[in-house]
Design a protein around this ligand. Structure first.
Ligand SMILES: [Mg+2]
Length: 238
């Protein structure tokens, strides 16, 4: 554990989900492959549809509707729907198909191997202070089996713009009724988690699970209060 700024009393903790509470890399790889296969299988015209084709549709949507960036699930659903429309399906069928493929996506998305350390740590911390989940992604704490530890969860899209925008940080403070400087936000991303939380006056903890060096990472612009290399270290901060 490394301290870069003096840490004040912590009255609540907010958590990023992906790559903070579990390793999301294998999950996303598998999920992406399975949902792409489901899309290819959905209609004969899409049998040769490549991930690159799919990316082109995502880029096209983003260019037309920049705000869709903040809702990754809706962005994905609309991209799949567009692929089905381009394949010649009528609008209603394209929507139904997109929903079906999104069900495949969400099924694989929730197949996370949750470390026992995460359960133990959240349980111990939750007995001391309220915990909140704040994610830019489409993971749902209920589907991951960790909802019981959190007072509530906020997701980019339905709950505001993605981190590092301050929408969800402010919403968390309001709903918790705790001053920003008494909240510790924990996350793996220096730009969205650390810089985003610091800019709204919260304390920040960077979880460095892959042995990164803060002094050599190009997007490290603001120092967190504390750096940890495993989640369980948090229990010693309260
Ligand atoms: Mg993350």
């Amino acid at each position: 554990m490394k301290f870069y700024r003096p840490l004040r009393a912590v009255k609540a903790i907010t958590f990023d989900l992906d790559d903070t509470l579990y390793d999301n890399y294998p999950v996303i790889r598998k999920t992406t492959a399975e949902s792409h296969a489901a899309l290819q299988a959905y209609h004969p015209a899409l049998r040769e549809f490549t991930p690159r084709d799919y990316q082109a549709l995502r880029d096209e949507l983003l260019a037309c509707e920049p705000e869709i960036y903040h809702d990754v699930s809706e962005w994905r659903r609309r991209s799949v729907e567009l692929a089905l429309l381009n394949a010649g399906l009528p609008a209603q069928e394209a929507t139904a198909g997109a929903d079906e493929i999104m069900n495949v996506f969400h099924h694989w998305r929730s197949q996370v191997e949750m470390p026992e350390e995460t359960h133990q740590t959240l349980k111990a911390l939750g007995a001391e202070v309220p915990l909140v989940a704040i994610t830019n992604g489409n993971a749902h704490p209920e589907q991951l089996g960790i909802a019981e530890y959190f007072q509530f969860a906020l997701r980019a899209g339905p709950d505001g713009r993605a981190k590092p925008y301050q929408d969800m940080y402010h919403l968390a403070m309001q709903r918790l009724g705790v001053a920003p400087e008494q909240i510790l936000h924990v996350g793996d991303d220096l730009t969205t988690d650390v810089a985003g939380a610091l800019r709204c006056g919260m304390q920040a903890c960077w979880i460095n699970l892959h042995g990164g060096n803060l002094m050599q990472i190009s997007d490290a612009r603001l120092l967190p209060h504390v750096e940890i290399s495993r989640l369980a270290s948090l229990t010693s901060l309260l």
